[in-house]
Design a protein around this ligand. Structure first.
Ligand SMILES: NC(=O)c1ccc[n+]([C@@H]2O[C@H](COP(=O)([O-])OP(=O)(O)OC[C@H]3O[C@@H](n4cnc5c(N)ncnc54)[C@H](O)[C@@H]3O)[C@@H](O)[C@H]2O)c1
Ligand SMILES: O=C(O)CC[C@@H](O)C(=O)O
Length: 526
């Protein structure tokens, strides 16, 4: 039974779902990094919010970990490249808290416009300072949205409802989508110049880090009010402080900080600053949504192999997973087979899906072909990092799909190019779920992949098979199956032998020395 650790505070619904789905679950909130490191090796899955930092160091200790699920959107607390390198799938729940976070941004905008927190504190203190607080209306004002995705789009919708004019800077926002949601797509400079309120809704990336720095703030309208419910690093906090103190920025509402938890901060105590402790996603509804989604996603992956909302792996729906399963086995075997056959440095791999195989979601199949192919050539390759490794090594990966025009209803063919030539292997499924090799280097054959195999390319001459059998017998190597293939009598021939044990180097040398042998390679499959 797979075992999951919940290491941040999640709605209790998550525990119920894991149990209903046959997943064992422990809840240990507030662990220090060393404490997490000491126990993480026991778990197949880890469910987190933003407190748990899934660092390279934690991942190195996570020897059984298959999946990390973030109950929320931002995954900046997970080292995704390190997770990918270790074959750990990282998932988030991209929509569960969007409305809640957008509503928080709108609440922050109202709080700023009417100085509600300061007025509240003053009134509670018995001061009744009616003349001290003079707000501004939102009606007719320009709201600049930086990052107009899920949350930015919802904020825009609510702001339009408040009769604001919404302009958005987002390089990935299409003009059609901008029109559909009623915003004017603008460049950043234009937004800075025109906005009365600016709200940030981008992830924290190299491109967005410090998007509101001193230079950008200097371009804003005097009296601008700024809201950040996305990530702390988007605003250079010292520059914001200076702009507020200079009276250029009228106020800022911050839910997120460069360093969290932010228990002491130069902006704290400034009445022009409204601050909340990263509460953007903190509503009962959002927490119920994300806890439920993360538990379902992790359980689906660990129990059925379905991949939903993964950031480092192609998606596989719960319906697709059982259909794909036998193909995954076939694709991995074919990749592993050709990976052990090649000689020279790998330049490209073409994967052809024919007939029924062409109707499938082939992205995960291609990923597992690459895992099988690269596995014999390098260490620590898995289905999650194989596509990344191929890209890093400039190995060109091409996929083609076609209807079947031959004898087989379904075929997967891998053609691998190296600096020394080309090798190919083709396989099918017999009876819908049993992988079979049907062609090696364009020579027809019919064989099952077994743990220990010997691949021989030979001249098609009488007496060869007997000699090979005797050589194996003399070395006490038992033959399980013997498959032969050739393109024509006397021509190119291959011989694929399943044996009951590993063929050692001395025996391989003896086989290579037999007359008619062109090449002999030992193949192993886990
Ligand atoms: N305060 C909270 O509790 C809380 C809650 C949820 C999400 N968040 C944060 O909000 C962010 C946005 O969430 P979302 O669901 O809207 O994500 P999203 O992916 O739907 O939207 C992000 C948008 O930012 C845009 N973008 C990317 N790079 C950009 C750039 N250089 N300049 C301008 N725009 C750029 C993208 O095109 C996209 O449209 C998340 O990354 C997360 O960090 C915070
Ligand atoms: O889990 C939280 O409270 C914050 C979530 C939020 O930052 C997110 O990115 O989804």
């Amino acid at each position: 039974m797979p075992k999951v650790l919940i290491s941040d505070s999640l709605s209790p619904r998550a525990v119920e779902i894991f149990k209903e789905r046959g997943v064992e679950v422990d809840v240990k909130v507030g662990l220090k990094p060393d404490e997490l490191k000491a126990i993480i090796g026991e778990y197949d899955g880890l469910a987190i919010r933003s407190n748990t930092k899934v660092t390279k160091d934690i991942l190195a200790a996570a020897t059984n970990l298959k999946v990390v699920g973030r109950a929320g959107i931002g995954v900046d607390n997970v080292d995704i490249p390190a997770a990918t390198a270790r074959g750990v799938v990282v998932m988030n729940t991209p929509f569960g808290n969007s409305i809640t976070t957008a509503e928080h941004a709108i609440a922050m905008m109202f709080a700023l416009a009417r100085e509600i927190p300061a007025a509240n504190a003053s009134t509670h203190a018995g001061k009744w300072e009616k003349n001290r607080f003079m707000g501004v209306e939102l009606f007719g004002k320009v709201l600049g949205v930086i990052g107009c995705g899920n949350i930015g789009g919802i904020v825009a919708d609510r702001a339009i409802g408040l009769k604001m004019k919404v302009i958005a800077f987002d390089p990935f926002l299409s003009p059609e989508r901008a029109t559909e949601i009623g915003v004017e797509k603008v460049e950043l400079e234009d937004l800075l110049k025109r906005a009365d309120f600016i709200t940030l809704h981008t992830p924290l990336t190299e491109a967005t880090k410090g998007v509101l720095d001193a230079k950008a703030l200097a371009k804003t309208k005097k009296g601008v009010r700024i809201i950040n419910c996305a990530r702390g690093g988007l605003i250079v906090e010292e520059a914001l402080q200076a702009a507020i103190e200079a009276g250029h920025v009228a106020g800022a509402a911050l839910d997120v900080f460069a360093e969290e938890p932010a228990k002491a901060h130069p902006l704290f105590g400034n009445e022009k600053v409204v601050a909340t402790p990263h509460l953007g996603a903190s509503t009962t509804e959002a927490q119920e949504n994300v806890a439920l989604q993360v538990a379902e996603q992790l359980a689906d992956y660990l129990v059925n192999g379905a991949v939903v909302n993964a950031l480092n792996m192609p998606s596989v729906t719960a319906e697709e997973a059982p259909r794909l399963r036998p193909y995954m086995k076939l694709a991995e075997q074919l990749g592993g087979f050709v990976g052990q056959l090649i000689d020279g440095s790998l330049k490209g791999v073409a994967i052809e899906y024919e007939g029924q195989a062409a109707t499938l979601n082939t992205k995960p199949l291609t990923a597992i072909v690459l895992k099988g192919l690269l596995g014999p050539l390098m260490e620590s390759v898995n289905m999650v990092n194989a596509p990344v490794i191929a890209k890093e090594r400039d190995i060109k990966v091409a996929e083609t799909k076609r209807t079947n025009d031959g004898d087989y209803q379904t075929l997967v063919r891998i053609i691998v190019t190296t600096d020394k030539g080309t090798n190919s292997v083709t396989g099918t499924l017999f009876g819908g779920d049993k992988p079979r090799l049907v062609e090696i280097d364009e020579v027809p054959i019919e064989a099952e992949v077994t743990p220990f195999m010997l691949f021989v390319r030979n001249e098609d001459k009488p007496g060869f098979i007997g000699k090979l059998g005797t050589t194996l017998g003399n070395a006490s190597v038992n033959i399980a199956t013997f498959h032969l293939g050739r393109t024509a009598p006397g021509a190119n021939a291959i011989c694929l032998v399943s044996v009951d044990q590993k063929v050692d180097d001395a025996l391989l040398a003896t086989i290579r020395a037999l007359p008619s042998v062109v090449r002999a390679t030992e193949l192993t499959f886990a």
